[in-house]
Design a protein around this ligand. Structure first.
Ligand SMILES: *Cc1c(COP(=O)(O)O)cnc(C)c1O
Length: 376
């Protein structure tokens, strides 16, 4: 937690739950990534945190943007990005939305199927396209699984088709899975993609770009390698498989740019036990799965939590949200300990919550307000 966020919470005493995002930390994370991977153009994955001040700061710093919908495109344009710095990176788009983006000046489109490629050829003739290749996502705490991408064999055929449709067969993309903890995954992915570059060269399609997606980490409970190690793994794999013929590189960080910049303050609503003989306390917060902490689904993302009694004796707890849905339990299987002195009414801070929280918050389930966010 930065001094700036601590001071804001102290001075303003905002109603909870609320998320406070320190936009200077987003800037620091962006500049550090640029420094570590200078050859790559950054396309910030807007879905990670689409708050206006985050987008406008990144736009001012020269970032490009990876968007998934009309609204995200409009948001980036409003906040100061130009259309040539926006990629329509969702592989699942309505043809009318492709036409809308093309009309606004967006030139770069993703696809992973023949039907999507045909839509782009019709609605954005001559556009730059890249095909997303399917990855295993092993080692990722928030895997993106089989929903996106196609097999390398299919990707090769589709890129040939893209050229034949009059599109600019620009490159290939992958995503190794979000919060990826296994650095070897980039090596695997780049080996596969470099192989496709060769295959396609033989079929007279000269690709020029590799989009390495996201996957860089935020700081949750488990230790992860430093960002330097990630950059080294990427740089090494690029050199190993492309040698002196390095293509244009794109990265699409989301979590690593905004995750650590956010602190979610919540209040303890209830502390109880299911039986007098049970040691484990149930701690209910005023924030849960439906008010921003959706990534606790399957207990995937394990946040760090600060309390006013840290340092004191602790005991095991189940952590849950405030709604009347029994799915609204944050951690039950994962061992979490909280101070025995924790009391109803105490404020707790859930750290590194700047990514994938605000927009996951439901509108009014059980009448609870969407997560309020302050960008400072
Ligand atoms: C969500 C997403 C990202 C961001 O991934 P992180 O792991 O948060 O960095 C990047 N690219 C695409 C296509 C995405 O959908």
């Amino acid at each position: 937690m930065t001094d700036k966020i601590a001071r804001f919470l102290e001075d303003r005493r905002p109603a909870t739950p609320c998320l406070v995002v320190d936009v200077d930390m987003v800037e620091d994370a962006y500049l550090k990534l640029r420094e570590l991977l200078p050859a790559a153009r950054v396309f910030y994955a807007v879905k990670a945190n689409p708050m206006g001040p985050v987008i406008s700061r990144l736009a001012r710093l020269g970032s490009n943007f990876d968007t998934a919908s009309r609204n995200e495109i409009d948001l980036c344009l409003t906040e100061g990005a130009t259309a040539d710095r926006i990629s329509f990176g969702n592989t699942i788009k309505k043809e009318a939305d492709i036409a809308y983006a093309w009309d606004k000046g967006v030139e770069l489109f993703a696809f992973d199927s023949e039907a999507e490629l045909k839509k782009i050829a019709r609605a954005a003739p001559g556009a730059k396209v890249f095909c997303r290749v399917l990855m295993e996502c092993e080692g990722a705490e928030w895997p993106l699984s089989r929903k996106f991408g196609c097999s390398p064999e299919m990707a090769a055929d589709l890129m040939v088709m893209a050229r034949d449709y009059g599109l600019d067969a620009y490159g290939l993309s992958f995503h190794v899975g979000s919060q990826q903890t296994d650095l070897a995954q980039w090596d695997k992915a780049l080996a596969s993609v470099a192989g496709l570059f060769s295959v396609l060269r033989e079929r007279d399609v000269d690709l020029r770009m590799v989009n390495l997606g996201g996957g860089f980490p935020a700081r949750y409970r488990a230790k992860v390698p430093p960002l330097e190690a990630y950059a080294e793994a990427v740089n090494e794999a690029v050199r190993k498989y492309f040698g002196n013929n390095i293509p244009e590189l794109i990265i699409e960080p989301g979590r690593s740019l905004v995750g650590d910049a956010g602190v979610l303050q919540a209040e303890v609503v209830l502390i109880s036990r299911k039986d007098a003989s049970e040691g484990k306390r149930w701690i209910y917060l005023d924030v849960g799965k439906f008010s921003g902490l959706a990534e606790t689904m399957d207990e995937s993302i394990k946040y760090r939590i600060r309390t006013p009694h840290d340092g004191g004796e602790t005991g095991p707890v189940v952590l849950a949200g405030p709604t009347c849905d029994s799915a609204d339990v944050l951690y039950e299987k994962t061992a979490y300990e909280m101070p025995l002195d924790l009391a109803i009414g105490d404020k707790v801070e859930i750290l590194a919550t700047g990514a994938y929280t605000t927009t996951y918050s439901s509108i009014a389930f059980n009448g609870f307000e969407p997560l309020k966010t302050y960008c400072i």
